[in-house]
Design a protein around this ligand. Structure first.
Ligand SMILES: NC(=O)c1ccc[n+]([C@@H]2O[C@H](COP(=O)([O-])OP(=O)(O)OC[C@H]3O[C@@H](n4cnc5c(N)ncnc54)[C@H](O)[C@@H]3O)[C@@H](O)[C@H]2O)c1
Ligand SMILES: O=C(O)C(=O)C[C@]1(C(=O)O)C=C[C@@H](O)C=C1
Length: 306
């Protein structure tokens, strides 16, 4: 396919950047991809894997001549990385990033943007608990949302080009403003991760995870918690430090609901518990009926169809 960009630079060569590279290659996009990672070990692994057409030892060299530059580093590293590369970006290029949080990231990147350089923040809603250059795969973004979070004064053709690029990588795109993005992600991603981390911590406190008992007897629910709780600690530390307001807000609502359920259990209020669980089941079934859960196993759909 004809490429939306002739030269793409990926800064940070972990799960997301490596998946972007493999997805670009799969699409047949005719473009040259340069890469940079902070550690020599990662750069050497990338070279061995054939990840990127050229891996440079400095971010400055990697971004020189690039039409699209994607920052794929932990959210807390976005500002310093942008500051380092800023003088080396060519006029007319587009800077993008894939961080899990938007308001703070936009605020730390924008002051370093050179005149004539565009900025389109993005967030692919896809991932795994793995990280690093060897964890990526071409189909990671297939049929997943990639949220596009441009500023009001960003040129329409610049935004459309970024959307075209993500669609070529397999994703569906939707535009959103930064505040809304951060609240939505607090609900669907950030607080669920915090709950998983906490639940695995609670099980470990009971000293049953370490001797394998909890894993051995757990069904899918707790296994999913342990998978999510194995996610990268640096990435998730940065997510909570930079999406403080939205995560505190949602955590407050979560604990209110939890206390209401705790009270219902303590007082033996079966009616309240039944009503609550009936309501949440209807939400899940609504998602399945709308065809919005592409990962749903067949038995889930069969139940809905009955
Ligand atoms: N993992 C997910 O599920 C997921 C999904 C969507 C978006 N994201 C976001 O994408 C970004 C990258 O996540 P990932 O999962 O690919 O992480 P990763 O840990 O797999 O890779 C991060 C890369 O950044 C490099 N790096 C770290 N600190 C750096 C610094 N100060 N300067 C330069 N490079 C540095 C690391 O060496 C590594 O190459 C994060 O901002 C994350 O919030 C992650
Ligand atoms: O599937 C997973 O392992 C993920 O955690 C992916 C997930 C998510 O919460 O859905 C994690 C963080 C991102 O910013 C986007 C996607």
């Amino acid at each position: 396919m004809s490429a939306p960009y002739k030269r793409v630079a990926l800064i940070g060569l972990g799960l997301i950047a490596s998946s972007m590279f493999w997805a670009m290659k799969r699409s047949g996009m005719d473009c040259h991809v340069t890469g940079y990672a902070r550690s020599e070990k990662t750069r050497n692994t990338a070279r061995k894997l054939g990840l990127c057409d050229t891996v440079f030892d400095s971010a400055e060299e990697a971004v020189k001549d690039a039409d699209l530059i994607v920052l794929a580093v932990p959210v807390g590293a976005m500002g310093p990385v942008m500051q380092t590369i800023a003088p080396h970006i060519k006029p007319g290029a587009t800077v993008s990033e894939v961080g899990s949080v938007k308001r703070t990231v936009i605020d730390v990147i924008t002051p370093h943007l050179p005149e004539g350089v565009h900025f389109v923040p993005t967030h692919p809603m896809a991932g795994t608990e793995h990280s690093g250059p060897d964890s990526g795969f071409a189909s990671l973004f297939d049929n997943r949302w990639c949220l596009i979070v441009p500023d009001d004064d960003c040129d329409e053709d610049v935004i459309v080009r970024v959307e075209t690029y993500w669609q070529a990588l397999g994703a569906n795109t939707e535009r959103m403003d930064a505040e809304h993005h951060d609240m939505v992600c607090a609900v669907v991603s950030h607080i669920p991760h915090l709950i998983a981390y906490t639940m695995v911590g609670v099980a470990d406190d009971l000293q049953r995870v370490s001797d394998n008992e909890v894993i051995k007897f757990s069904a899918a629910g707790f296994r999913d918690f342990t998978r999510i709780a194995a996610s990268d600690p640096v990435m998730w530390r940065d997510v909570f430090l930079t999406n403080k307001d939205a995560t505190i807000e949602i955590l407050g609502r979560f604990t209110e609901e939890l206390f209401a359920l705790q009270r219902a259990i303590r007082t033996g209020d079966g009616e309240q518990l039944h009503a609550y669980f009936t309501h949440t089941r209807a939400i899940r079934r609504g998602i399945l009926e709308a065809g919005q859960d592409t990962d749903a196993p067949d038995f889930g759909r069969a139940k809905v169809d009955r």
